[in-house]
Design a binder for this molecule. Structure first.
Ligand code: ADP
Ligand code: MN
Length: 471
């Protein structure tokens, strides 16, 4: 490689907005461990951007040198970036699960008014203005909570051009896939706590687009999801709730495999299920949670209001106040009167869910009911199923067991037993007087229902779009 080239590259390097970071040896940084993982990420992404440009330059040199000659010289060994297998293909970037308007069109302005420019005469600044756009891209970083570790860039008056910003995104995607393969074991042990790089970028974009004002930290870390608190901004001039909860579904975990049964047989998802990559199956969970919440909202069941869905991230209104999430029903100490009111409210919600939403919660317990403003709020409905689900009634019976036991234990004298509650919710009037027979009758009903659906299916396939109450 020529010295000339090296000089030229140096010159290019100087032109880049991050001279201090570009030079960093990513390998050396790696040694520092996970505390600096975001700085590392940023540095690595920039390094890769640099490497790519370097390779492109090499390729140009190579072409120039070889021309039409039959014998050619290859610079292959000098390349920084080597090709790698990408089995998942770019397909997984498709936003097919977004049923709402996509607020992140390219160059979407968040502070520039509709007409697309500000100022007068020569001083006009358009939404494409490099400096403005760049500052906006980086300024938003400041709105991340400390654990997001966006890096030291904050203090440096950084400018991130849209091109670099988009490049960073692409790098983080492909790099993450690559390193996920290489470091699979290591990843598993560390990814439990924080959100991963891809998620951070998506969240960063939401802040950048003004949908969220800030992201304030973690409310809950579960096996399948991480829930964060955020302050809302606006979408297309429509205000987002001031306090939001962001549910990030984990994309690396196996837990979801155990949940196949909830979704596989839900007719809304049946056709699509078999053809999907694991990541897409998780997208489907998020989509399901969104649709279920929307249905519940429509019939007036107290539950979070959906703000937006983006890949494996669901933003919804926050149930709680001043950053403090509402307590779970299992944790809250209620007066006898309140507990009794809570019971009747839950009974009513279960009935509404069944008869009006045509849904079974399927994970209803005192863990997924929050006590807020003197009433019970239902959350966590990604696994909720249609009544026609082949195991829907069994799930309903399990919900009834949880609810019945909880309220009886909490001293609500009126609380029905599980079988009575099941009949009160479903109106099915099953008469068996012990659990075994009761469940057997439930299963027989499900079987009948299934046969019926299959017979109907011969004449007409029910498609997802025809689901009765979704929008
Ligand atoms: P999972 O149990 O599958 O991890 P949940 O939806 O139950 O997911 O959320 C986990 C916890 O996060 C809840 O128990 C609750 O404390 C909190 N949480 C979830 N959504 C909200 C919300 N919209 N407002 C306030 N807190 C929430
Ligand atoms: Mn839960």
């Amino acid at each position: 490689m020529s010295e000339e080239l090296a000089k030229e590259l140096q010159q290019q390097e100087d032109d880049v907005t991050f001279p201090r970071i570009i030079g960093i040896d990513a390998a050396a940084l790696k040694e520092e461990g996970t505390a600096t993982s975001s700085d590392l990420l940023l540095a690595q992404m920039l390094q890769m951007e640099f490497d790519r440009e370097y390779d492109a330059q090499l390729r140009r040199e190579e072409n120039k040198l070889n021309g039409d000659s039959k014998v050619s010289i290859s610079y292959e060994n000098y390349r920084m970036v080597h090709p790698f297998e990408d089995s998942e293909s770019s397909e997984d970037e498709v936003d097919w699960q977004d049923t709402r308007h996509d607020p992140y069109g390219p160059d979407k302005p968040s502070t520039i008014p509709r007409r697309g420019f500000v100022g007068k005469g020569k001083e006009i600044t358009t939404k494409h203005d490099e400096v403005m756009c760049g500052r906006r891209n980086t300024a938003r970083m400041e709105n991340f909570a400390p654990e997001f570790q966006v890096g030291d860039g904050i203090g440096m008056d950084l400018k991130l051009s849209n091109r670099v910003f988009n490049a960073l995104k692409q790098h983080s995607y492909s790099e993450q896939r690559r390193s996920a393969k290489v470091h699979e074991k290591k990843e598993h042990s560390t990814s439990d706590q924080a959100v991963d790089a891809k998620t951070r970028l998506l969240l960063y974009k939401m802040v950048n687009a003004g949908i969220l004002e800030s992201i304030n930290g973690c409310i809950s870390t579960g096996k399948e999801s991480v829930v964060l608190h955020a302050n809302g901004g606006s979408i297309n001039e429509k205000m987002v709730p001031t306090e939001c909860a962001i549910k990030v579904f984990k994309t690396t975990l196996n837990e979801f495999k155990n949940r196949d049964k909830y979704i596989k047989d839900d007719y809304r998802f049946k056709d699509r299920f078999s053809k999907l990559y694991p990541r897409k199956i998780i997208h489907m969970w998020v989509e399901k949670e969104m649709h279920n919440l929307t249905r519940m909202q429509k019939v007036g069941i107290p539950c979070p209001e959906v703000v937006i869905l983006k890949k494996h991230i669901l933003v919804m209104s926050f149930i709680g106040q001043d950053h403090v999430p509402a307590p779970k029903l299992k944790d809250v100490k209620l007066s006898t009167d309140d507990m009794k009111r809570a019971y009747y409210q839950v009974l009513h919600m279960m009935q509404q869910l069944y008869t009006e939403c045509k849904l079974v919660h399927a994970d209803l317990s005192a863990y997924n009911m929050l006590w807020h403003m003197g009433k019970v709020w239902l959350i966590d409905v990604s696994q909720s199923v249609e009544l026609t689900h082949p195991h829907g009634l069994e799930f309903l019976f399990r919900d009834c067991q949880n609810v019945s036991r909880f309220f009886q234990k909490s001293g609500v004298a009126d609380a029905m037993g599980e079988r009575e509650l099941f009949n009160a919710v479903s109106g099915l009037g099953i008469t068996a007087d012990n659990e075994v027979d009761f469940v057997a009758e439930i299963e027989a009903l499900e079987k009948m229902n299934e046969d019926h659906v299959q017979r109907r299916g011969k004449h007409r396939t029910i498609s997802y779009d025809e689901s009765p109450t979704d929008d």
